[in-house]
Design a protein around this ligand. Structure first.
Ligand code: GUN
Ligand code: ZN
Length: 430
């Protein structure tokens, strides 16, 4: 057991910050077993080792709900929109993962950098290659973070080097589920990953949905990101009433489905997503980078759609979820500047922190396990030096001010230590 003393900050509900300036966090094994004001905790746990981390802060670990491991090294290639960007900058890099040694080295860099930014849970797309995906799971296991991952699935309209046949894709996915879903004391999970409707046959989508149901695995895909993509989907699936309906009619919408983007959704699509219990992943950096649009985030949230945040590297430009939270606020302000509608009020940093922690956990069905600093949750948390992003290097105590700086001026050096399941995965205790 270990009692940490620091300023505690989390966002258990949307819009509220919970701040305990002189806080205590008691760890036992993988869990947080007590939390609150230090002066109340200390007598309850007399004799337990105390580490005084003040003036550092403790926040819940950050949850990146949508990111492409093989695209990290193709990141930030400006100039194109979604479909030509995939062809020009992304597919050649993904094809290199046929070499498992390349894939393993890339996974080391990817997970190392994600952890260094404070990401304790990542929902990841690998490439179509089963061996590369297996290697990535091995690296995730060794690094100790929580990870939901799956090999990319695509059996049509893909470049020759990345096109699979339907049966092989499903068979290899199922073998990976059997090996990794629930592995590493429950830190690793499998997510079937049919890339998006234009590159998946009806049989592949149906098969992925069936495997998700059979094994309780997650399913992740892209939805309604870009106008050209929407037109392509409409031409391929004339019988479907919408893009969302394509996934619904192929059995891909369930309570473990994560839908990346969801920018241009009509009311029946939103109703179908809500009814299925699926979640949307807002990826504002990517959406700006590829000129895809601005998701009406507050509208979707007010309708009761579960939404989390994703970096979507390599259309997102960094693995930093701090940056992603800041971008969610920034693009919401641009939308607000245009509409001035009540339902488009700008997103606040406290709201963004909720989406990147408890909101992400809820989207994954992990809300009773992670996302806040409550007793009973798994000990996934960060030790942060809040003086770092302040040019004046002050140790302020006001949580809204601190959080705003952490988001808008994030730098790797401010993340001092990263814990997952109570284990130190990055940095050192200051
Ligand atoms: N749609 C299909 N594949 C992708 C991808 O790799 N990135 C993004 N942003 N959108 C996609
Ligand atoms: Zn993506």
């Amino acid at each position: 057991m270990l009692l940490l003393r620091a300023h505690l900050l989390d966002a258990p509900s949307f819009g509220s910050l919970r701040s305990i300036p002189d806080g205590g966090l008691l760890l036992d094994g993988v869990s947080i077993v007590d939390a609150g004001r230090f002066e109340e905790l200390a007598p309850r746990h007399a004799g337990i080792e105390v580490r005084d981390l003040r003036p550092h802060w403790i926040l819940p670990g950050l949850i990146d709900l949508h990111v492409h491991l093989p695209q990290y090294e193709s990141v930030a290639m400006d100039g194109l929109e979604l479909l030509p960007w995939l062809e020009t900058h992304i597919f050649p890099g993904e094809a290199r993962f046929a070499d498992t040694a390349v894939a393993r080295a890339a996974a080391e860099r990817f997970f190392g950098d994600a952890l260094a930014w404070g990401t304790t849970t990542a929902v990841v797309y690998s490439t179509i290659h089963a061996e590369a995906t297996d290697a990535a799971f091995q690296v995730a296991e060794a690094r100790g973070l929580r990870c939901v991952m799956g090999k990319m699935m695509m059996d049509r309209h893909a470049p020759a080097a990345l096109q699979e046949d339907t049966e092989t894709s499903l068979r290899q996915s199922e073998a990976l589920i059997q090996r990794w879903h629930g592995a590493a004391e429950g830190r690793l999970h499998y997510a079937l990953a049919p890339r998006f409707a234009p590159m998946c046959s009806p049989a592949l989508m149906r098969g992925a949905g069936a495997l998700s149901e059979k094994h309780g695995a997650f399913i992740q895909t892209h939805l309604s990101e870009n106008r050209e993509e929407l037109a392509w989907v409409a031409s391929l699936f004339p019988e479907a009433s919408s893009y969302t309906d394509v996934y619904a009619r192929h059995g891909m919408l369930n309570g473990r489905t994560l839908l990346g983007h969801g920018i241009h959704l009509d009311a029946p699509e939103r109703a179908a997503i809500r009814a299925a219990g699926a979640a949307l992943v807002h990826c504002p950096t990517s959406n700006a980078f590829l000129a895809s649009g601005i998701m009406p985030l507050r509208r979707w949230l007010e309708e009761g759609l579960p939404v989390g945040l994703g970096t979507d590297v390599g259309a997102g430009t960094t693995l930093s979820m701090w940056h992603e939270m800041a971008m969610a606020c920034t693009v919401s302000k641009l939308r607000w500047a245009d509409t001035r509608g009540a339902a488009d009020r700008p997103l606040k940093p406290a709201e963004a922190l909720h989406l990147a922690t408890a909101g992400g956990a809820k989207a994954l069905g992990f809300k009773d396990h992670s996302g806040t600093l409550d007793p009973g949750r798994l000990a996934d948390f960060l030790v942060v030096d809040a003086r770092q992003p302040d040019p004046g290097q002050r140790a302020e105590d006001e949580p809204e001010r601190i959080l705003s700086r952490l988001l808008y001026r994030a730098q790797p050096a401010m993340v001092k230590a990263v814990f997952v399941d109570g284990r130190l995965c990055h940095g050192t205790l200051p």
